[in-house]
Ligand binder design. Structure first.
Ligand SMILES: Cc1cc2nc3c(=O)[nH]c(=O)nc-3n(C[C@H](O)[C@H](O)[C@H](O)COP(=O)(O)OP(=O)(O)OC[C@H]3O[C@@H](n4cnc5c(N)ncnc54)[C@H](O)[C@@H]3O)c2cc1C
Length: 478
């Protein structure tokens, strides 16, 4: 164990590391990475294992994995209420099995019957979803269009179009794009699977919708792109494996208090789980967190950085596992405005809304059903807002007689995670004014590099793919 590693380990366990202790320790690393979710854990692993760099990964929570959210019931059963599956792009499945030692398998799904209800009234919505043939026809056309643009959108924007050359199709609102190519039958599936994170996708630029559900997703539905999960069925196993590999090179439950960044390197002051203050000196900083104002507050942004990040707007996702005896076993109660009846596939709920209560399974040991709750809001919808909205909608369903009247109308939260602002996006005008170029011009400034969903697309393995390019650039710069 290196001196630095043993020091971190000592800090985590030492009886001296008591609240308020004034002891100050300095660690020196090649790269310090902040944020141990999809992008940060992978980058830390690759820098350490494949480039032989000394690293420190700083994560604010007590585990790695960010949006993954696997809930382990007392019975030993595990329920994934965040990330559902991993797209096998750029050798991701092989990476998981060979490098992380986690056996993979094809994802399985709990089968449910969809019941459409307008959650604002509790009334059933008579709705006919597209047939499989209609969906496949639309997906086929969509996948072809995505493929045309894919090289400039995945895995990074380093080859993005010049501002005045961005294809007009990508700057259309997705509703107009759908009309143009007659893709209406695609919309319900695209929205249900990942698009809903953007709200009503018909009013969002096609570029951002394509990043939330693009070629790889379309191909996965067409059966030409595989997806995987850990064979255990517990998605957190992937990030527990990263944690095992990274060992003492991770500081958990740690907070960056302040930062000094220059062309010569960075100095971070970090508060550890034990309220110790640690100084971390590193040649490079890699930020793997959403670049929101509050997340970036300790990083001493300059005007150039602030001017770029201020342009982003976000939506927020809250997910949990809820239970109440009257939620119907085997059903997905799905929110749809009444105006969607009988088959207007472009009518969707908009922010803020509860998307669904999806039956996940019956936890026999507790004699109750678990339902996955999905709530989408604007970037300001916090945990309380998510829970209140879900409860309000559930009350409406009870009042309208859509579900039986329970003894207690309280939605019990078995598990909950606030996924905070995500799906960073800007307007067409900003894109035409060179936003992407301005964003990527920040890479490497003052020894700071950036990864995460805001830099390309909100998918686990797409970010690993992006990292592979980013890391080679970061290494060249060292
Ligand atoms: C409900 C849900 C379901 C999803 N399902 C899928 C799916 O099935 N398949 C798929 O590929 N993608 C899915 N995604 C998207 C995918 O998970 C994200 O694209 C991906 O996690 C983004 O990675 P990231 O590294 O940018 O952020 P994250 O994975 O969120 O990681 C950020 C990490 O930084 C930490 N952090 C934040 N601020 C700080 C700070 N100041 N200091 C230290 N640490 C900090 C956080 O705790 C977190 O661990 C889903 C997302 C959500 C919300």
């Amino acid at each position: 164990m290196s001196f630095a590693k043993s020091l971190v380990s000592f800090l985590a366990t030492s009886a001296l590391a008591t609240v308020g202790s004034a002891a100050k320790v300095t660690l020196e690393k090649d790269v310090v990475i902040v944020g141990g979710g999809a992008s940060g854990s992978h980058a830390a692993f690759r820098l350490r294992e494949d480039y032989d760099k000394s690293i420190l990964l700083i994560e604010k929570r007590e585990l790695l994995g960010g949006h993954v959210s696997s809930y382990d019931a007392a019975s030993g059963n595990s329920y994934n209420y965040g990330v559902q599956s991993f797209v096998d792009v750029h050798g991701a499945a092989e990476f998981v099995s060979e490098r992380l030692g986690v056996a993979t398998a094809a994802p399985g799904r709990t089968s449910t019957t969809t019941r459409y209800l307008d959650f604002t009234t509790g009334e059933d919505v008579a709705y006919t979803a597209p047939t499989s043939a209609q969906l496949i026809a639309a997906l086929t056309v969509y996948a072809e269009i995505c493929a045309e643009y894919e090289a400039k959108l995945l895995p990074s924007y380093w080859d993005f179009w010049a501002p005045d050359e961005i294809p007009e199709d990508l700057l259309l609102n997705f509703g107009d794009f759908v009309e143009k190519y007659d893709l209406q039958a695609l919309v319900p599936t695209l929205f249900k699977v990942t698009g809903m994170g953007l709200g009503d996708v018909t009013n969002v630029l096609t570029l951002w919708v394509m990043q939330a559900f693009g070629g790889p997703m379309a191909r996965s539905f067409l059966g030409t792109q595989s997806t995987f999960v850990p064979a255990s069925g517990r998605n957190q196993d992937i990030y527990d494996a990263f944690a095992d590999k990274l060992g003492d090179d991770v500081l958990y439950s740690a907070t960056v208090l302040s930062t000094k960044r220059s062309d010569e390197g960075v100095l971070l002051t970090v508060q550890t789980a034990n309220n110790q203050t640690v100084s971390v000196k590193a040649k490079r900083l890699l930020l793997a967190i959403e670049p929101t104002e509050s997340n970036l507050a300790p990083f001493n942004l300059d005007e150039q950085e602030t001017a770029v990040f201020d342009k982003f707007s976000y939506s927020a996702i809250g997910v949990g596992i809820v239970s109440n005896p009257v939620l119907p076993t085997g059903y997905s109660l799905t929110n749809l405005p009444a105006a969607a009846s009988p088959n207007d596939w472009l009518v969707l709920p908009d922010l803020n809304f509860t998307a669904r209560f999806d039956y996940m399974g019956t936890e026999e040991s507790e004699d109750r059903d678990y339902f996955r709750l999905l709530v989408i809001g604007d970037g300001n919808l916090g945990a309380t807002g998510v829970k209140e909205l879900a409860q309000t909608n559930f009350n409406t369903l009870i009042k309208a007689g859509a579900v039986d009247t329970p003894d207690s109308s309280e939605l019990e939260f078995v598990a909950f995670t606030e996924h905070g602002p995500m799906h960073a996006r800007v307007s067409a005008d900003e894109l035409k004014a060179g936003f992407v170029q301005d964003l990527y011009a920040l890479q490497g400034l003052r020894s700071t590099w950036w990864t995460g969903g805001a830099w390309v697309a909100q998918f686990q393995t797409h970010l690993w793919w992006y990292n592979d390019i980013l890391i080679s650039k970061l290494i060249e710069d060292m």
